[in-house]
Design a protein around this ligand. Structure first.
Ligand code: XMP
Length: 505
């Protein structure tokens, strides 16, 4: 495999992605982590926002330059190599941003079959301006800045541009040269053999011991559950907590799919009353989230106590979760206290196992398809852990839950009927505490306002409101006001994130 040391570049995930496109498995690790070099055939140092001269700049592991493994530094990674080998790195020199033409000076292995002049994508302030003994430049920019070098005596390269970005011409070929030719890796990694390897690993690791997973019915936990179930069968207990805040018919649907179609024996814990009584009278969004998060933990603790032979806790953590938590500093402010069903207490004393932590969301979905999980589970919109509680503004009551479930299900049905469900990232309805005046027949009505929300997004970090055709919104609005008598008015949320968040609370 290829190890990518992540110095914080926004393109690191892309780089990992590109490498996988050649059928080579790559793993991203944060700097300063003790490296496990087993099976590592090549190392790439990513770019990053720092200058090698800034205080707290991440540094190069001391033995990195002594290893006998091919090494490629990209942007900051290149500067790190240069700085540590006494080349001259100039601070805030004439940095380049955006498209930059470079001249290939030497047809080195890295640039095999690459034309002499290529347009690349640059984004750097500092520059390497001269090289020390043993290095040779292999590419330069028009400004004479070193765009690529190689250490002659070892398999060490540095390039200033970002080959992983699509705007870099021949970028993929350069990565391919490094990974397949220089590191000599056979490109035979695929999801099918990932699944086979994982199943073997799970059998070895967990074997005939018992494991538990909190199944939410979402993509990640579903795929994790089915994968582990394939390996250890009945020794996996999948627990589904029905907190009463799920979408219409969702508990029944999840139970049906897992029990009947997948053969996974789902243990459903009906905790509806408990959750609702704890939430009674609470309207502060953060309080709601905290209560729900804590209650989840309590329910699990109880289950684990009653089943004290369980040793492992399976979590549906995926690649982007790992990278985000590794990259984000401790100073990031809490916008919302996100709660995942998987966020369980340490005191439970279970060993954590995360079978999907190496793969991307779309790979998780493909894995699910290979494992035979129905598409309506794999391609459904994200749903927050606290569920409808954060979509009912103000106090939660049984009546409001019923209204919101009906409205939400009409909206989703309408999108599906018009083939819009899969065109948007997430859609749902919000029940506001506002009542407004209307007229039905000859009489006055005084009923709730609901809002529909639909967004386009990649990972939920930023989002834009979906341009759903008016006609479809009209169909949804008509059905809602006709079929849900407690609703008198329907509005559509046209706010992007930022400044708003996707959910209302
Ligand atoms: P926001 O509202 O923060 O939401 O823009 C971004 C994405 O995250 C989902 N979300 C959550 N998911 N637990 C979750 O598992 C939570 O507490 C939570 N809060 C928001 C939200 O639905 C959107 O997809």
């Amino acid at each position: 495999k290829i190890l990518i040391i992540d110095y914080g570049s926004q393109y690191t995930q892309l780089l990992a992605r590109r490498i996988r496109e050649f059928g080579v498995y790559s793993e991203v690790v944060p700097p300063n982590k003790k490296l496990n070099l087993k099976n590592v055939k090549g190392i790439i140092l990513s770019g990053g926002p720092n200058s090698v001269y800034s205080e707290n700049a991440p540094v190069l592991e001391s033995n990195m330059l002594k290893l006998d493994i091919p090494l490629l530094g990209i942007c900051y990674g290149m500067q790190l190599i240069a700085y540590n080998m006494d080349c001259e790195v100039k601070r805030d020199a004439n940095g380049e941003y955006g498209r930059t033409e470079i001249l290939i000076e030497k047809k080195d292995e890295l640039f095999n079959e690459i034309p002499d002049k290529i347009t690349t994508w640059m984004s750097h302030g500092d520059s390497v301006i001269s090289l020390s003994e043993g290095f040779e430049p292999i590419a330069k920019t028009k400004n004479g800045i070193i765009a690529g070098f190689r250490l002659k005596s070892k398999k060490i390269w540095g390039i200033q541009f970002h080959p992983e970005v699509r705007h870099s011409e021949f970028g993929s070929d350069i990565i391919e040269n490094f990974v397949l030719d220089i590191c000599k890796i056979k490109g035979d990694w695929s999801l099918s053999n990932f699944i086979d390897e994982k199943i073997k690993e799970i059998k070895n690791k967990i074997g005939d011991k018992k494991a538990i997973i909190a199944l939410s019915g979402g993509v990640d936990s579903s795929v994790a559950a089915v994968l582990v179930h394939k390996a250890i069968g009945k020794n996996l207990k999948a627990v589904f907590v029905d907190h009463g805040l799920l979408r219409k018919n969702e508990p029944e649907e999840v139970k049906r799919i897992f029990k009947e179609m997948i053969g996974l024996d789902l243990i459903t814990i009906n905790a509806k009353e408990k959750f609702l009584s704890k939430l009674k009278g609470v309207s502060d969004p953060e309080k709601k989230r905290k209560i729900i998060g804590e209650e989840f933990i309590r329910v699990f603790e109880k289950f684990a106590k009653e089943n004290d032979d369980i040793e492992y806790l399976i979590q549906g953590t995926i690649y982007s979760d790992v990278i985000e938590s590794a990259a984000s500093g401790s100073n990031t402010s809490v916008i919302k206290s996100h709660h995942n069903v998987g966020g369980l207490p340490k005191e439970m004393d279970l060993k954590i196992f995360e079978p999907l932590r190496e793969i991307f969301k779309d790979e998780v979905r493909s894995t699910g398809e290979i494992l035979g999980i129905p598409k309506n589970i794999l391609y459904r919109h994200p749903f927050p852990g606290p569920g409808l509680a954060i979509r009912i503004i103000g106090e939660i009551t049984e009546e409001k839950l019923k209204i919101l479930k009906n409205v939400d299900s009409i909206f989703i049905e309408t999108l599906k009927e018009n083939s819009w469900y899969n065109k948007v990232w997430q859609s749902f309805a919000i029940l506001t505490p506002v009542k407004t005046v209307g007229v039905a027949g000859d009489s006055r009505k005084y009923e709730y306002v609901v809002s529909l929300r639909s967004v386009d997004s990649v990972e939920g970090m930023t989002a834009d409101w979906s341009r759903i055709p008016f006609d479809i919104l009209n169909q949804a609005s008509n059905r809602i006001t006709n079929e849900v008598s407690e609703v008198g008015r329907v509005v559509y949320d046209i706010t992007s994130k930022p400044p708003a968040t996707i959910e209302w609370e």
